[in-house]
Design a binder for this molecule. Structure first.
Ligand code: ATP
Length: 240
């Protein structure tokens, strides 16, 4: 991990019509970190990720990736190395595992590189390799989450953003998924921005975190200190 900022969000304001979803957001991620954004339903977590990914336009502020503004077009953000695994996975349910993965590598033309990327994803998720020709919609929830992450990895992101990867999964499957997130960070060197309602599991693997409350960052700290913070414990970990 380094002190070099891979992402910097400055004074970000985002609206949906008259709804002010994000208020003056300032945050950053250092190269190689796992950073988590924690917040309740409607806090603005998905809006933040979607805006960084170029899917939602901002009203004011800057999003700098490797010190250069991120264009407000999702395919251009992918070109720059930013990939989002959206909430609810959004895999292509009528396509096979391999076809879903191929779509993730849409910027890549060389078949030798694409084959190498398949191998990388299959090494990380052997379960997907066993199911190469299975239709996406018939995979279990955990397998669909693996496929969504694998599809994003096919674009070789420098920054991988995950929107509630634990949603709807059984505890044992969540543990497995979070081990894979750590492995992606350590072995592939991918910087991770992780959005979660499940504060405990997110802080357990993160270096730092931000608490988002009704569109504002209210607390920013190291993950271990957030874990010990009584406000965080009561509001997001169910500890009184
Ligand atoms: P959740 O955990 O429930 O997904 P979240 O923290 O990701 O919540 P967002 O989905 O970013 O929160 O929503 C932030 C605010 O913006 C909420 O008040 C929400 O109602 C509003 N919002 C989100 N999407 C839209 C939209 N397409 N149109 C209008 N308002 C929206």
């Amino acid at each position: 991990m380094s002190d070099k900022r891979i992402l910097e969000v400055k004074n970000l304001e985002v609206y949906y019509g008259g709804i002010h979803a994000l208020h003056d957001i300032n945050m950053h991620i250092n190269q190689g970190e796992i950073v988590t954004i924690i917040g309740a339903n409607g806090a603005g977590k998905s809006t933040l990720l979607n805006t960084i990914a170029g899917d939602k336009e901002k009203k004011h502020g800057n999003i700098l990736f490797e010190e250069i503004d991120v264009p407000e077009k999702s395919y251009k953000a992918v070109e720059r190395g930013i990939c989002l695994v959206p909430e609810g996975r959004r895999i292509f349910v009528n396509l096979t595992v391999k076809e879903n993965l191929r779509i993730g590598a849409f910027l890549e033309k060389k078949s030798s590189t694409i084959n190498r990327l398949y191998d990388e994803v299959f090494e990380l998720f052997p379960r997907l390799k066993e199911r190469t020709n299975q239709i996406g919609g018939t995979l279990s929830g955990g397998e669909q989450q693996m496929l969504a992450v694998g599809r994003a990895l096919m674009a070789r992101p420098k920054l991988l953003m995950l929107d509630e990867p634990s949603l709807g999964l059984a505890p044992i499957v969540i543990d497995e998924m979070f081990e894979k997130i750590v492995q992606i960070n350590r072995e592939l060197g991918t910087t991770i921005l992780l959005v979660e309602q499940n504060a405990f599991i997110a802080l357990d693997i993160a270096n730092r975190g931000y608490i988002l409350n009704v569109g504002k960052v209210t607390i920013e700290d190291n993950a271990s200190d957030l874990m010990e913070n009584p406000i965080v414990q009561e509001a997001y970990m169910g500890i009184k």
